[in-house]
Design a protein around this ligand. Structure first.
Ligand SMILES: *Cc1c(COP(=O)(O)O)cnc(C)c1O
Length: 637
């Protein structure tokens, strides 16, 4: 073990500062530190203290931790960056953003964002009827916008008209021409003037996972011809003055600033031309897409972005200004629907490693025996041949292993011989891996041995519930041990979850400046809990999870920072996770009935004298307690 390992080495390895955006770092004591308030970077919270307090409260792993100050900070940073850039550019419109709640609809998240956004009249965006019901009740600031996207039916549109009756700035964005016809009919019926937005299908071809959000075949939006028709249609109905906003959204997690700029230029030009045609547009809504640097590489990989929020904002403000000045039209108010950037950092999943699955971990006596099969002897010779060239040694070992398998199928090898050969095979691979130098590492097959030897750390969570995008679209989320970062991590491993699904594994990690299939972690100690954090789960992951294997929602811990509290934080709220009962009920089970059936069976055994009555009661209670309990692995109490 290398005792000169420092926290700087851990930083270099896990890249906490590179993706942490100033909120996360490694403390002198080797624990992850959180500085949740961008205005008070000196206030640091030690994750070990958070975990200790959670333990004191009886909260079990896994849990979601929400840092409300991070949410507030992100709202402030986005709004203030726009405000400052607009002032500096002498831009004549305002920034009036909205938070798209689909990114994280949790009530506490939405409330916190609205509260932090109030000084900036920050509003909300909805993309479906239930989301509209939520924003209707929560965004009652008459100066903030409510933007309504997504496909709409009569109820959806009627609800928007109700919003207008309540003096809200509720803008219906027309995604498809028929919505306009329906809206006109309803507006006349209820005699309410709607505020109308037009979503344009964009010509710019964006890149990344969501590239199909733009282009001719995009699912949403109007083509240029449809926009011109919509304007004629509005004129015919004497409603052109209701057309207030032009909208586009070319996809989420835009990694390349050049595509963003291209889209903004296209959108601004379209705004200018429409304005010149007499459409009284007041807002240009540039959608979402502001990315997160999940892998810390500041590049155009799918999990990164090659720009800062300042650069994003400056490109938008200056590009729109330039085009409007050239086209001699007023500067529109700028709207963005940034979701990911507002919520990604504020939540993380913490959990414990409950075990290790290793190919090399089992001890087995490999000593020679009289009359053993020649394959066993051959493999043993390879064990004792460190002088061989690694490639040759590897080839031989692989060939013996293959022959062993064939021999076993033919019934030639005993199960003990098989076990010996297997044990020796992994010993040889471990030995080869350790002997590799710069030259031999150039050989792909040999370099890959490290991955094959990697252990799997079993983490008490379900990626289908807590990190759906790592499975669905290969999203990278940083995973870092929460403690011992001043110790050298000397075992390579990957993280597997506790679902029965072979896909329940994390396949991408940050290692130095690269993406790796596994990651160095610390060896587990017998009586010490090893906790890991999965970071940047606040956008989409928090709310997209499913119930694969009936692992339900996690317990949530809501944290506020406070300089005067011990540890500089306090737990404001604990939201219990789903019990087994709750997830079963979601699948139409009647848990009262289930408890009754089990109790009946126990009672029958009692009557027959097979279970003593007192014990029977205990078993009945146990079943009921488990129904009410956690779906995840419980650490005993
Ligand atoms: C999903 C979505 C957003 C949010 O995008 P982010 O990249 O998370 O900021 C904004 N607008 C629309 C129309 C969306 O569909």
């Amino acid at each position: 073990m290398n005792s000169s390992w420092t926290i700087e080495d851990s930083e270099d390895l896990y890249g906490v500062n590179r993706w942490g955006a100033g909120y996360f770092s490694i403390g002198e004591n080797g624990n992850i530190q959180v500085s949740p308030n961008h205005r008070k970077p000196e206030v640091g919270i030690d994750m070990a203290e958070v975990l200790a307090e959670m333990k004191a409260e009886g909260i079990q792993f896994p849990a979601v931790i929400r840092f409300h100050d991070i949410l507030r900070s992100q709202v402030e940073i986005l709004n203030e960056t726009f405000r400052d850039t607009i002032a500096e550019a002498e831009y004549e419109g305002q920034y009036i953003g909205v938070y798209p709640i689909k990114v994280n609809q949790m009530r506490e998240v939405v409330e916190e964002i609205l509260d932090a956004g109030e000084p900036y009249n920050y509003g909300l965006e909805a993309g479906s009827k239930p989301e509209l019901m939520a924003v209707m009740a929560y965004n009652d600031n008459p100066d903030a916008l409510t933007i309504l996207n997504g496909y709409k039916d009569e109820d959806y549109l009627t609800m928007a008209l109700l919003g207008r009756q309540l003096q809200r700035k509720m803008i219906v964005v027309i995604e498809k021409f028929s919505e306009l016809e329906m809206l006109m009919r309803l507006a006349k019926k209820y005699n309410v003037e709607p505020m109308i937005g037009l979503r344009s299908k964009m010509m710019v071809k964006s890149t990344g996972k969501w590239s199909s959000s733009s282009g001719d075949r995009a699912k949403f939006g109007l083509s240029i011809a449809e926009i011109v028709n919509a304007i004629d249609y509005l004129k015919q109905h004497d409603m052109l003055h209701c057309a207030k906003l032009l909208h586009f959204h070319i996809g989420s997690q835009l990694s390349d600033i050049r595509k963003i700029k291209e889209a903004v230029i296209e959108g601004a030009r379209l705004y200018a031309k429409l304005h010149q045609m007499g459409v009284p547009l007041e807002y240009l809504d540039i959608g979402g897409g502001l990315g997160i640097d999940y892998d810390g590489s500041s590049s155009t990989t799918d999990s990164s972005r090659n720009y800062s929020t300042e650069e994003y904002v400056a490109d938008i403000v200056y590009s729109v200004k330039q085009i409007c000045d050239l086209e001699k039209v007023p500067h529109p108010n700028l709207v963005s629907e940034s979701g990911r950037v507002i919520t990604a950092h504020h939540s993380m999943v913490v959990t414990n490693v409950v075990g290790e699955v290793s190919v090399t971990g089992t001890e087995f006596d490999i000593s020679p025996e009289d009359g053993e099969h020649v394959l066993v002897t051959n493999m043993r010779e390879l064990v004792n041949a460190p002088e061989m060239h690694p490639q040759e040694r590897y080839n031989d070992a692989a060939a013996y292993k293959q022959s062993t398998y064939e021999a076993f199928k033919l019934g030639i090898l005993t199960i003990v011989e098989m076990a010996k050969i297997d044990t020796m095979y992994w010993q040889i691979l471990t030995d080869i891996e350790q002997s590799l130098d710069e030259d031999t590492r150039q050989i792909q097959e040999l370099d890959d041995i490290g991955n094959r030897l990697a252990s799997q750390y079993l983490a008490n969570f379900s990626i289908f519930q807590s990190a759906a995008d790592t499975w669905a679209i290969g999203q990278l989320l940083p995973i870092v041990p929460l403690q011992r970062l001043n110790e050298e991590p000397n075992i390579r491993c990957s993280i597997a979850d506790i679902t029965c699904d072979s896909d329940g594994k994390i396949g991408k990690y940050i290692e130095h400046n690269q993406i790796s299939e596994n990651i160095p972690m610390h060896r587990l100690k017998k009586d010490e809990e090893y906790t890991i954090g999965m970071f940047l789960t606040g956008a989409y992951q928090d709310v997209m999870g499913d119930m694969h294997n009936l692992f339900g929602r996690l317990t949530e811990v809501h944290i506020f920072s406070h300089d005067e509290e011990p540890g500089a934080f306090y737990i404001e709220e604990i939201v219990p996770g789903h019990s087994a009962e709750k997830v079963l009920e979601a699948m139409q089970y009647n848990t009262d009935y289930m408890a009754k059936v089990v109790k009946k069976s126990i009672d029958r055994e009692i009557r027959q004298g097979k279970i003593p009555p007192r014990e029977g009661v205990r078993w009945t209670d146990f079943y009921e307690r488990c129904l009410a309990g956690t779906t995840y692995l419980s650490s005993g109490n």
